[in-house]
Design a binder for this molecule. Structure first.
Ligand code: 8Y4
Length: 282
């Protein structure tokens, strides 16, 4: 079988026998420090460097909380948070940098600052965002979401969630190809927790193999999410073991190519072990 390749700007990522790890770098106001833009940038860059040292293959930098019910962040504020962090990380490391944004202006400035991937939880339905990504030949992560971050968890409903996500990917891949983003630049993501109930999340996870039909890498973000808290009865910072179990399940089945996580070292260790075991299959 041909290995999967992901084209992003000047690079090509070739996926091997275990998933890559994408470390989460949140740039949000720190309620503990006296704040100031400087400490915010410094803390985020330091965290990114720590994640690289822990084995992250890609960093995902984001300045707008997309968790359920979160208020949108104004453009100027998101730019102020994210651009300096991307610029500094690009200057100081060779790591591939992804930007978690829905805003074309943020994408544009971050690509100019050295980012290689745009991760849009809204699935690149905004033609201006598509145009910016195409112009820079950026890698794109097309995530499925039902509704908007403000309202998506109010009452998620599907006839068949797996089928509807498949149909969304079909529609988006066609649309993007027409707008200058080739198949080779796309990574897909079922959007765990984005307009989905606990049962929807489990059904997607149990059927990730359905998304292999597109021949594109699959990104999976489950780290510390609500469905793990619900099933285990755990608060946010107690969900690492549950998160690892889900990532490991996907890695064991070779159904995820990119794991978006908070706990990089642990996830990488799990992926290394699962690869070794998978290799020993007879
Ligand atoms: C604790 C911490 C509880 C964080 C929930 C959360 C995904 C994503 C997010 C994903 C891709 C999150 C930006 C939600 N999730 N991008 N972004 N895939 N591609 N919530 O699953 O982490 S933010």
């Amino acid at each position: 079988m041909e290995p999967l390749r992901w084209h992003l700007r000047d690079r090509v990522i070739e996926f091997g026998p275990r998933p890559l790890v994408m470390g989460i770098v949140n740039v949000t106001p720190d309620s503990f420090s006296d704040g100031g833009h400087f400490t915010e940038t410094t803390n985020a860059v330091a965290h990114g460097l720590k994640l690289i040292a822990a084995g992250a293959d890609i960093l995902d930098v984001g300045g707008e909380s997309t968790r359920p019910g979160a208020e949108p962040v104004p453009l100027e504020e998101e730019l102020r948070r994210v651009v300096p962090v991307v610029a500094e990380l690009a200057r100081r490391t060779a790591a591939t940098i992804s930007v978690d944004t829905m805003k074309p202006e943020v994408a544009q400035r971050c690509l100019e600052a050295g980012a290689a991937i745009i991760n849009d939880v809204a699935g690149f339905r905004d033609p201006e965002l598509v145009r910016v990504a195409a112009e820079h030949r950026a890698g794109v992560i097309v995530m499925h979401m039902q509704g908007t971050p403000q309202t998506m968890q109010v009452n998620p409903q599907y006839g068949d969630v797996v089928r509807e996500v498949v149909e969304f990917f079909e529609e988006r891949l066609r649309g993007l190809a027409k707008s200058g983003i080739p198949l080779e630049a796309v990574c897909l993501d079922p959007g765990i927790g984005f307009g989905k109930t606990l049962e929807h999340n489990l059904e997607l996870l149990a059927n990730l193999g359905e998304f292999a039909r597109f021949g594109r890498p699959l990104c999976l973000g489950v780290s510390r999410k609500g469905f793990i808290g619900k099933l285990c009865g755990r608060e946010k910072n107690e969900r690492m073991a549950g998160s690892l179990a889900v990532s490991s399940f996907a890695a064991a089945k070779n159904e995820a190519h990119l794991l978006r996580v908070h706990d990089v070292a642990a996830t990488r260790d799990a992926a290394v072990l699962l690869e070794a075991i998978n290799r020993s299959r007879r």
